[in-house]
Design a protein around this ligand. Structure first.
Ligand code: B4P
Length: 192
């Protein structure tokens, strides 16, 4: 099993690149953002609770997100590997993920960290907001709040994995194809 974390601030291209990576490496895509949005669309109790946080640009509480990932892992016992997109976003989530993977006798193989300037992030999310209908992409104050949350709570997650020499920084600016090529090069080096 080979497991990847795609790491980066909101709007850095995690979702965009994940779609391609899962096809190329035959991985199961686990995006906590997508799972939360589908809970919201289904108006489940979990979705209604998560919406309060997401609409303000805040992270959803760890216990909710960790529970979601735990059940998603359970559902795919035959997976060749997982691509975690937007998870873990706090150190508590990272520690919980390590424990869950250990139970499956596997671990994180690589953490790919996408680097994008703040102005580019804001512009991309505002652009997406014009068509996505996502409340959290429509308001510049909410977008800035998401970036602040990232610096406060998520940025340190990369340092957690740096201790294990698992993190590779990749520029997230340029064409989607070019970035994809650079991500694949890092994965291929690691797999060999
Ligand atoms: P997510 O769904 O994870 O979304 P994201 O961070 O906004 O975006 P992503 O990085 O995937 O977007 P992409 O670049 O592909 O999170 C949303 C919310 O859910 C969070 O704020 C939080 O509240 C909650 N949440 C999720 N996971 C959580 C967790 N683990 N713990 C707690 N809370 C959690 O796309 C951005 C735009 O850029 C797109 O329009 C795309 O087309 C464009 N783009 C991509 N690559 C580009 C490129 N190279 N050049 C130009 N544009 C590009």
């Amino acid at each position: 099993m080979f497991n990847i974390i795609l790491f980066g601030p909101p709007g850095s291209g995690k979702g965009t690149q994940s779609e391609r990576l899962v096809l190329k490496y035959d991985l199961i895509h686990l995006s906590t953002g997508d799972i939360l949005r589908s809970e919201i669309a289904g108006q489940t109790p979990l979705g209604l609770e998560a919406k309060n946080f997401m609409d303000k640009g805040q992270l959803v509480p760890d216990e909710i997100v960790i529970g979601m990932i735990s059940s998603a892992l359970e559902k795919k016992p035959q997976a060749k590997g997982f691509l975690f997109d937007g998870f873990p976003r706090t150190e508590a989530q990272a520690e919980a993920l390590d424990k869950l993977l250990k139970l499956k006798q596997t671990e994180i193989g690589i953490v790919l960290a996408l680097l994008v300037s703040e102005e580019e992030l804001v512009q991309r999310l505002l652009n997406r907001g014009q068509t996505s209908g996502r409340i959290d992409d429509n308001n510049v104050d909410v977008i800035r709040a998401r970036i602040i949350e990232y610096h406060k709570k998520t940025f340190a997650v990369a340092d957690y994995y740096r201790k294990f020499n698992k993190v590779f920084d990749v520029s997230g600016e340029g064409s989607v194809d070019e970035i994809f090529g650079n991500l694949c090069a890092k994965i291929d080096e690691r797999i060999q």
